[in-house]
Design a protein around this ligand. Structure first.
Ligand SMILES: Cc1ncc(COP(=O)(O)O)c(C=O)c1O
Length: 399
């Protein structure tokens, strides 16, 4: 029998307005701008010299193989494509690939891996605090808050100098309590492009270990910075030093399969038995949220990695994306000494030391669309747009 409560009935019509994501607003504004010369550097995906986000030839070939050979679309289970996770393992973990205290599972993109990793943390400790260096990718805080975990912020980057606020970061981490989670960008920091140096990784790793913190590494751009192994060096140092580590990985960028939602979560604990127990919780949480991850993109990535000819070609196609990112960086940096820091950063994103008013003026006067924070995607620029973009930015810096 239904029991009455005195709580006031609330319907869907009572829902409050949602503050729409500022990047989505920016895309809408740019789309609505009729000026043909408009430049969209707010976009979050790789673009080639002609402004396209092409499907990698290796992925196209893998999809052809998949079409011809796939015999069933029956359920795979909460772990998704196990062979996929097995093939990502050595690429991500390097010398730690054979460590039986580390287990991985396919997820719907890097976002799914982040959500699942934080769900696991909350299952173990609903009161865990998550230390977050600012600025960070705007989707980090909502994912963490959605689970009810508490965020503690610290400064990561100085926008005016283009440098990591390393002293402040170290001081903050030194105040952390045992059991606090530290979310770190594995490489190609989004939104700043400012990655920790090897020495800085070593120092941060030492603090994490000494203070008994739980490192959570988000690595969504492996191969976009310096190379597959180089970009995973910080993560691998953490794995060498710490007994418990969580890693959220994405293939959406380095295989250019964004909409197909391909990623994985890796969990390390102090023993193979404890990891197996943790993974049982991971599967349970995955089952509650998406039951099982989408198959197509992970199957295509699996076929790239499992087909010798495609496996051999993929690093070259990845390097072509990386080389474009780094050559656009070099061109922007050479335009003005105040932009030189851009060549020392990695991945698609950097931040310009512009005020919100200057960013809005670039939008109105030059049809240049970037986030209010001054974050821009270097490969949002087609080759024929770079000079006009840098000239407008230098003009804004001079004003
Ligand atoms: C820092 C960071 N982590 C995770 C992700 C999630 O990537 P995915 O599209 O695979 O969910 C992104 C995507 O933009 C990102 O920038």
């Amino acid at each position: 029998m239904l029991r009455e409560t005195d709580a006031k009935a609330r319907g869907l019509a009572d829902l409050p307005e949602v503050q729409s994501d500022s990047l989505l607003q920016l895309i809408a504004l740019c789309n609505a701008d009729p000026r043909p010369e408009k430049i969209d550097v707010g976009v979050g995906v790789f673009r080639d010299a002609q402004g396209r986000t092409p499907i990698l030839p290796v992925v196209k070939d893998a999809e052809r193989i998949l079409l011809e050979t796939q015999e069933s679309k029956s359920y795979l289970g909460s772990a998704g494509d196990k062979r996929f996770a097995g093939l990502i393992r050595p690429i991500l973990l390097g010398e730690h690939a054979d460590d039986d205290r580390i287990a991985g599972v396919q997820t719907p993109g890097g976002c799914g891996a982040l959500r699942l990793g934080f769900e696991l943390i909350a299952t173990a400790n609903p009161h865990a605090r998550v230390l977050l260096g600012l600025p960070t990718w705007p989707n980090h805080p909502p994912i963490i808050r959605a689970i009810g975990l508490h965020i503690v912020e610290y400064p990561y980057y100085e926008r005016d100098t283009g440098r990591i606020a390393f002293d402040a970061m170290v001081a903050s981490l030194n105040e952390a309590r045992a059991g606090d989670v530290v979310l770190l960008h594995g490489c190609c920091h989004n939104p700043t492009g400012a990655d920790l140096s090897d020495d800085q990784w070593a120092e941060v790793t030492g603090i994490i270990r000494e203070r008994g913190l739980l490192p959570f590494v988000d690595i969504a751009y492996q191969g976009f910075g310096r190379g597959l192994d180089e970009d995973a060096r910080g993560l691998r140092g953490i794995l060498a030093a710490c007994d418990e580590v969580i890693v959220a990985q994405s293939c959406d960028k380095n295989f250019s399969v964004y909409r197909d939602r391909v990623g994985s979560l890796f969990v390390k604990t102090g023993s193979a038995g404890a990891t197996a127990r943790a993974m049982a919780h991971v599967f349970q949480r995955a089952r509650e949220m998406w039951s099982m991850p989408p198959d197509h993109g992970a199957a295509a990535v699996r076929l790239v990695l499992d087909t010798p000819e495609l496996r051999q070609r993929w690093p070259g196609e990845l390097a072509a994306m990386r080389d474009r990112i780094n050559s656009v960086r070099a061109r922007i940096a050479s335009a003005d000494p105040r932009l030189a820091y851009i060549a020392r950063q990695f991945g698609m994103f950097s931040m310009l030391p512009l005020s919100r008013e200057q960013v809005l003026k670039l939008r109105s006067d030059h049809a240049i669309y970037m986030a209010d924070s001054g974050r821009f995607n270097v490969v949002g620029l087609g080759d024929d747009q770079i000079d006009r973009f840098t000239a407008a930015v230098v003009e804004a810096l001079d004003a």
